[in-house]
Write a protein that binds this ligand. Structure first.
Ligand code: SAM
Length: 235
C-alpha cells in the first residue's frame, strides 16, 4: 500500500512525507479489517483501497486551495472519504466528518484516534438537520452520496459565503450538473467548473464539480429530506 500511495501522490503532484504515507496505510488497513464485520466499503483489497479511496480523495487537493486552518466538512463521509486523506495530507485542516449512520462515524472516530488524528470531529446525523453548522465551513466536500440537485441542498447551506462546495462525481456528470443549476443558484451557489482527473495507476476518470458559495443560503433551505427527495429544486 505504501508504494502505491507514494507513487500515486507523486503522479498527482501532491507532496507527502513518509509519516503521512504510513498514516494513510495504517488507516486503510484499519478500514479493511473493520470492513470484515461492518459494512464500510465495497473495496476489499489494499491496492484498490490505496488507489480508489486515498489517491482519489487526494486528487481533490489539486482542484482547490485547501489552506491551513480552513474548516472542511465531509458530508456522507462513510468510512472517512474523502475527508480523512485530506486531513492527513494537510494537517492544518480542521476536518468534520458527518454521516447519518452512527456505526460509520464510530469507525472513523476510533480509526482516526488510532492513527494519531485526534482533532477530527465525527458527527452522527443528517447533513440537512444540523442548523448549528450552517455556513460554518470554508469547504464542503462530498463523494458518492446522492444526485447533485439533492446533494446541493445538503451541502451548500453548510458552506460560508465565499467558500466552496466540491462534489466528487463520475466523469459523465455534465447533464447532472446542468440539472443542478437551478438548485445551486437558489441555494446561493455558482457553478465554477467541472474538473476531471485520472486516478493514478488506473483507467478511472473522475470529476469534481466546483461550486462557489456566492451568497448566503435563504433560510427556508435546507428542507427536510422527505421534501428534498419529493420536490428537488429543479426549477
Ligand atoms: N463518501 C464515502 C465514500 O465515498 O466512500 C461514503 C459514500 S456512501 C455510498 C454514502 C454515505 O452517505 C453513506 O454512508 C450514508 O450513510 C451517507 N448519507 C446519505 N445521506 C446523508 C445525509 N443526508 N446526511 C449525512 N450522511 C448521509
Amino acid at each position: 500500500m505504501e508504494n502505491i500511495l507514494r507513487e500515486g501522490l507523486a503522479a498527482l503532484g501532491v507532496p507527502a512525507d513518509e509519516g503521512q504515507i504510513r498514516q494513510m496505510a495504517a488507516y486503510g488497513r484499519l478500514l479493511l479489517r473493520a470492513n470484515e464485520t461492518t459494512n464500510l466499503t465495497a473495496i476489499r483489497e489494499e491496492e484498490a483501497a490505496a488507489r480508489l479511496h486515498f489517491l482519489d480523495s487526494a486528487a481533490l487537493l489539486t482542484t482547490a486551495d485547501f489552506a491551513p486552518g480552513m474548516a472542511v466538512a465531509d458530508v456522507g463521509s462513510g468510512g472517512g472519504f474523502p475527508g480523512v486523506p485530506l486531513r492527513i495530507l494537510r494537517p492544518g485542516l480542521r476536518l468534520t466528518c458527518l454521516d447519518s449512520v452512527g456505526k460509520k462515524m464510530d469507525f472513523v472516530r476510533g480509526a482516526c484516534r488510532e492513527v494519531g488524528l485526534e482533532d477530527v470531529t465525527c458527527l452522527w446525523g443528517r447533513a440537512e438537520e444540523m442548523p448549528a453548522l450552517r455556513e460554518t465551513f470554508d469547504i464542503v466536500v462530498s463523494r458518492a452520496v446522492t444526485e447533485l440537485p439533492l446533494l446541493a441542498e445538503l451541502c451548500l447551506p453548510l458552506a460560508r459565503p465565499g467558500g466552496l462546495f466540491l462534489a466528487m462525481k463520475n466523469p459523465d456528470c455534465d447533464e447532472e450538473a446542468a440539472r443542478a443549476a437551478f438548485a445551486v443558484k437558489a441555494l446561493g451557489g455558482r457553478l465554477r467548473e467541472i474538473r476531471r482527473y485520472t486516478v493514478p495507476g488506473t483507467d478511472t476518470v473522475h470529476a469534481v464539480v466546483v461550486v462557489e458559495k456566492v451568497r448566503p443560503t435563504p433560510l427556508q433551505y435546507p428542507r427536510r429530506w422527505a421534501q428534498i427527495k419529493k420536490k428537488p429544486l429543479l426549477g
